[in-house]
Design a protein around this ligand. Sequence first.
Ligand code: FAD
Length: 384
Amino acid sequence: MHDVLIVGAGPVGATLALALAGHDLDVIVVDARARNASLRGDRSLALSHGARLILERVGVWAVLEASEGAVTAIREIDVSQARGFGVTRLYAHEQRLPALGYVVSYLALQSALDAALQRSNVAVRFETSVDSVSGTPHGATVQVHAADASTLQARLVAVADGAGTVVPGIERIRHEYGQVALVAKVWMDSAHRGVAYERFTSEGPVALLPEHDRYGLVWTTTPRRGEALLALDERSFLEALAAHFGMRVRGFARVADRRAFPLVLERAQPTIAARSVVLGNAAQQLHPVAGQGFNLGLRDAWELAQCILDEPRERIGAQAMLAHYAAQRRADRSAGIAFTHGLVRVFGNDIAWMRWPRGLALAALDALPPVKRAFTRAMLFGVH
Ligand SMILES: Cc1cc2nc3c(=O)[nH]c(=O)nc-3n(C[C@H](O)[C@H](O)[C@H](O)COP(=O)(O)OP(=O)(O)OC[C@H]3O[C@@H](n4cnc5c(N)ncnc54)[C@H](O)[C@@H]3O)c2cc1C
């Protein structure tokens, strides 16, 4: 029987595995994908300073940073709202930090994590898909999708497969925002100098994240407008984007890789079952407005590793350990979900009377350093 079996070697599962590596534990990771491959395409991940610290501790940050164009530092964030007053600029130097956050390519992060796993003492089985997980008070059995109907046994199964549906008894509460996120790569006439833009519009928030020699665009809108924007030729799309950003950003030159996906808030309730736990996107999938989802997932991985390492081997996966982990994550998780959902509700609508208090909130953020600092810290480290 393994001590810990991790389903999914995505960023969250791999971080958990690396945090457990080097200790006297039998850890195995299984993933449906092949090594250095992804079941989905690339995407720009927004990492907080806190997430960087976790990746440093598991030994992948330096490798990632050394790889050309894989990491881009965000030095300033310009927050504004369309058709209303109020603008605020958040600066890294005000937080006495080298950067407010980082934009990292999902595939670059994935290959740095794969390489680190290969160097570690953790066993990894790629091209192994899990069908189901069942637990008893004594251990969990994982059913692997294979012709020989093989099974694996572990004291604890940590599910970081981005979905969490393989664990019975965990309900998934889903809220559809009725919106899509249109993502794309956008090149400008001039260099981005590490400035990110977040703009609240009547369609919902739109963000430009500096990445390598371009911007990563996240444009939230209605499904119908999303479809229409995808169908536009390049020039018309860039004109629509310029009109959407108004005077805040100019000089859109080229766009590539446009695609859209529906926005939901989905959370697992509870996050633990007999001898198993769901974490990362398997535990919560958030609206991308504040870039909280991925960072919350990395904190899930780090804190679960600490709970496992604090226990003697025979108590790993026991009900008491899992209840302790769930209780420890409750506040951060609820606050991250509430903060994200609250931002969408306050800033993601076009109710005219809301523009005034929204403008006041943004203006107050700019005028009151302690409030601005608290807001920035919430964006960077989550709400504890
Ligand atoms: C469509 C989409 C677009 C997104 N775009 C952005 C974005 O632009 N910016 C941003 O910051 N965040 C974005 N996110 C969120 C971000 O991708 C997640 O926060 C992050 O990927 C979570 O990491 P994870 O390790 O929990 O899950 P994942 O990255 O989903 O990794 C799950 C891993 O589990 C494996 N797996 C899946 N099923 C099985 C199975 N049955 N058996 C074995 N292995 C399995 C997969 O191969 C994968 O390696 C997006 C999410 C989605 C769904």
